[in-house]
Design a protein around this ligand. Structure first.
Ligand code: BES
Ligand code: MN
Ligand code: MN
Length: 462
């Protein structure tokens, strides 16, 4: 019987080829034109679980895209790990900025991935990371066997708000019963600085609309006499943050938990190179809330950002109009203990209050999500920490992330189980951006690390 390490070495080329097949399927959940590909991807994931040794697999229907379920129960008396991931991906736009086709994976070297990285939409978020878990199951199955039970729940609507995951969890509580949830859908600090994510931000997402005259007007005949929705929207948005870049929505900070001096000191110890950060983004300077570091601004502080804004004439050349309306999409990243529904309500009231009486405004809420923090003294965290220490030779650093995985708070509420966020991506892997990639090193390290998680978790629980 080969050792797990030898097995990974002997089979890593095939593992990569299989991942490439998965990456070739454009499972874009946001675009109905790709419905067939999303469904094909679900079936491909199911098959891969079956081939990896899951004894029961299914593509479970929901009112939206299906959830792939798989399990291998070695002994009901043993602890159970539930793996969560997603097989859907973000749209690849803007296409012209990709150096290779988003759904034709290729390996290229980068500065942070000298061994090469897989370039494709979903390479890191989340197909590459999710597939490490499928291959880790195969590795355990073909070598030392599983030290505990495993269940997989891989969804296809994460990138569009996981609208039906709650529906599925409610109806399958028994089936999903577990002792810990293991997720690789986040990042780590660097390939030689392993870290484990201990917090995620929540999200409130709204669309706003400012209506003025009942049609686009000649800006000479009417300009100056009627309110211009573009001007008004710009003024309103500008007023949502003050000179210190603090959000002015009344009540916004009421429930924000400030970090203690010790927590801030611990965060400040995490390796962070501001010059490299600026260089990677081609930025002349960083910007954000006064009194906080870049790491704090991007993880433990709430934000308000305009994701899209439009109105009036945006075509070729000049057209002199006062638009009938202007619109914007606004996201607010939330931190403990902000409540997404409450923040959305506060935003709506505030936005309606500051509107001048020359226009009408509408605020439409989209999906949201709760923030999350996990303790580092749990069996799950300790197992992840020992696993990474074994394969990286260094104790991982706990780190709070700025991204959101709204279902993590839902799992805790519905299943009463904490999630361990053991991600292997890097912040420069360009998730959601053109040229998304995932390190070959990271893919292999993940497959090597995951079996240790199972072993140590079973030990910690015993
Ligand atoms: N995997 C990401 C979230 C993430 C990435 C967390 C890196 C931490 C580090 C996930 O797929 C994602 O994109 N989430 C969305 C949330 C959403 C669509 C409701 C996000 O954060 O914008
Ligand atoms: Mn993801
Ligand atoms: Mn994503």
């Amino acid at each position: 019987m080969p050792s797990p390490q030898d097995y990974v070495k002997a089979h890593q080329e095939r593992f990569l080829e299989e991942l490439f097949d998965l990456l070739r399927l454009p499972s874009i959940s946001a675009d109905p034109a790709y419905q067939g590909d999303v469904l094909k991807t679900a079936e491909a994931v199911r098959q891969s679980l079956e081939q990896a040794g899951a004894t029961h697999t299914e593509v479970a229907d929901t009112p939206g895209y299906p959830i792939v379920y798989g399990e291998k129960i070695i002994d009901p008396a043993q602890p159970t790990v539930l793996v969560y991931g997603h097989y859907d991906v973000q749209p690849p736009d803007p296409l012209e900025l990709w150096e290779s086709q988003p759904f034709e994976p290729v390996i290229r070297k980068t500065e942070r991935h000298p061994e090469g990285a897989i370039f494709a939409r979903g390479a890191c978020d989340d197909k590459g990371q999710m597939y490490m878990h499928v291959k880790a199951l195969e590795v355990m199955n073909e070598t030392e066997g599983l030290p505990c039970n495993v269940k997989f729940m891989i969804e296809g609507e994460e990138e569009v708000g996981s609208a039906n995951l709650g529906w599925f969890v409610e109806r399958n509580r028994e089936k999903l019963a577990c002792d810990v949830i293991l997720i690789s859908d986040t990042g780590m600090i660097d390939n030689d600085v392993p870290s484990i994510t201990t917090g995620l931000r929540g999200l409130s997402y709204v669309e706003v609309r400012v209506d003025g005259p009942n049609r686009d007007l000649h800006s000479g005949l009417y300009g100056g006499a009627v309110a211009n929705p573009n001007n008004i929207l710009a003024e309103m948005i500008a007023s949502l943050r003050d000179a210190d870049k603090r959000i002015t929505v009344a009540g916004f900070y009421d429930k924000v938990k400030e970090l203690t001096a010790e927590e801030r000191a611990a965060m400040a110890k995490a390796p962070f190179d501001l010059e490299a950060y600026k260089k990677a983004l081609d930025l002349p300077a960083v910007a954000g809330e006064a009194g906080y570091s870049t790491l704090e601004r991007a993880s433990v502080r709430p934000t308000l950002d305009v994701n899209g804004i439009w109105g009036g004439y945006t075509g070729e050349g000049a057209k002199t109009v006062i638009p009938a309306y202007a619109q914007a999409k606004i996201s607010m990243r939330l931190v403990p203990d902000q409540d997404p529904e409450e923040i959305t309500q506060l935003f709506k009231e505030h936005f309606e209050r500051i509107a001048p009486d020359s226009v009408r405004v509408t605020v439409t809420p989209h999906h949201g999500g709760e923030p999350y923090v996990s303790p580092i003294d749990s069996a799950g965290y300790q197992a992840a920490s020992r696993a990474m220490e074994t394969t990286f030779g260094k104790t991982p650093v706990p780190m709070r992330s700025g991204g959101s995985i709204p279902i993590v708070a839902l799992f805790e509420r519905e299943l009463g189980v904490k999630s361990i966020l053991m991600g292997f991506g890097l912040d420069t892997d360009a998730i959601h951006s053109p040229n998304e990639h995932y390190g070959v090193f990271n893919f292999r390290k993940g497959i090597e690390t995951i079996p240790y998680f199972y072993r140590y978790f079973a030990e910690e629980k015993a």
